[in-house]
Design a protein around this ligand. Structure first.
Ligand code: PLP
Length: 370
């Protein structure tokens, strides 16, 4: 039984290098401290329409954007409820892509998997073979863009091109931990639904999820007899169309933070942000290869989360604790019981740059005696 552990309010500030939440700018934090206003006031329409339209501009998409209170996992549920009658093909290569398959099973759908060993990436040809040979009409194919548990970046663009050859099959991409730090041309690759949580590469406080929905996916939901209420594409987008607001009370302070951070993101531009993340990823991989090894399959390494193979057998938990104690930097162990000590993960996303990542790797070198 979980016991209460009193929150004391007395905790040292730590710099976050975990795969989310990540560092949030001071002015973005401050933007949340404003007197409350009502979610049906004109001010809310100004705020919500601004963040939605700015997000479309940032992501360079003509598809519709939903910003919903909750975390990205909400759209794992609602994408399935909104688009799938019977069959879904889930590509799995780690914990989060498996979660998506489990969600679909729990919602009572027939789930077929294209499965990969953890660390390997999903291959477009395997998806094509599954679509051609399994003799099932799939309503949806799911894929995770950035498998945060293994540091794999899946080729969602090429997989989207394959799924686009099947007009009655919709492509759903979990881009939590990627979107905002790894450029993807959503409209060019038949991506019907792509969602993220804002506490990752958007570098905002947690509490909102963003979902980009194609017209085809919206229409598909309209033909269905049942769909998600809270995360229904039709309900959320129609409400936006009519009122420029959300269908239920949103996390207003976090939307204020979103507004502030999106200004920074637009100012930097998606392309520059993408380049900065690529530089951080390249630096981290180079460092990892010098001292350890890189866990994911070569050529499919993530641009936002590096999963590093602990080839030296350092005590990962102890190193994390010591780096946190001595430097106030926090990075992550490997995911779950299998990868816990065999790997460790560095989140290089959001507001970090090459220098701040180097400060972490210097700290790890110091503590681990590398
Ligand atoms: C790839 C991926 N998908 C889904 C999630 C779940 O996100 P959230 O906890 O914000 O719902 C995470 C969280 O780390 C993730 O990395």
């Amino acid at each position: 039984m979980t016991q209460k552990r009193e929150y004391t309010g007395d905790y040292p500030d730590k710099t976050l290098y975990i795969p989310g939440p990540t560092e949030v700018r001071e002015d973005v934090i401050e933007a949340m401290s404003q007197p409350m206003f009502g979610h049906r006031m004109d001010r809310m329409t100004d705020l919500y329409t601004t963040i939605v339209e700015d997000t479309k501009e940032f992501l360079d998409t003509d598809n519709e954007v939903i910003v919903l209170t909750g975390s990205g996992t909400e759209f794992m549920d609602s994408s399935i409820l909104n688009l799938v009658d019977d069959n879904v093909l889930c590509t799995t290569c780690g914990s989060f892509s498996e979660r998506q398959a489990n969600v679909a099973e729990r919602l009572g759908k027939n789930v077929d998997r294209v499965e990969y060993e953890w660390g390997k990436a999903v291959k477009p040809d395997d998806v094509r073979t599954a679509l051609e040979e399994r003799n099932r009409d799939y309503d949806v194919v799911t894929c995770v863009m950035n498998e945060s548990s293994t540091g794999v970046r899946n080729p969602v663009e090429e997989i989207g091109d394959v799924v686009a050859e099947y007009p009655n099959t919709y492509f759903v991409v979990d881009a939590v931990s990627a979107l905002g730090g790894d450029y993807v041309d959503i409209d060019a690759h038949g991506i019907d639904v792509i969602f993220t949580s804002i506490q990752k590469a958007f570098a905002m406080p947690p509490g909102l999820a963003v979902c980009v929905v194609s017209d085809e996916a919206y229409e598909r939901e309209r033909q269905k007899e049942s769909a998600s209420w809270y995360g229904g594409f039709q309900r959320t987008l129609d409400y936006y169309d009519r009122k420029g607001q959300t269908h239920s009370t949103p996390a207003i302070p976090i939307m204020l933070a979103y507004r502030e951070q999106m200004k920074h993101m637009l100012e930097e531009s998606h392309e520059t942000r993408d380049r900065r993340h690529r530089e951080m990823a390249e630096y981290t991989r180079e460092w990892a290869r010098e001292h350890f090894d890189v866990f994911p399959e070569t050529g499919y390494e993530s641009q936002t989360v590096s999963c590093i193979e602990n080839t030296r057998g350092i005590d990962v938990a102890e190193t994390i604790d010591a780096v946190s104690e001595e430097y106030d930097f926090v990075f992550s162990n490997g995911y779950g019981s299998v990868l816990g000590e065999e790997t460790f993960r560095i989140g290089h996303m959001g507001e970090h740059d090459r220098d701040s990542i180097e400060a972490l790797t210097d700290a790890i070198e110091d503590v681990a005696g590398l």
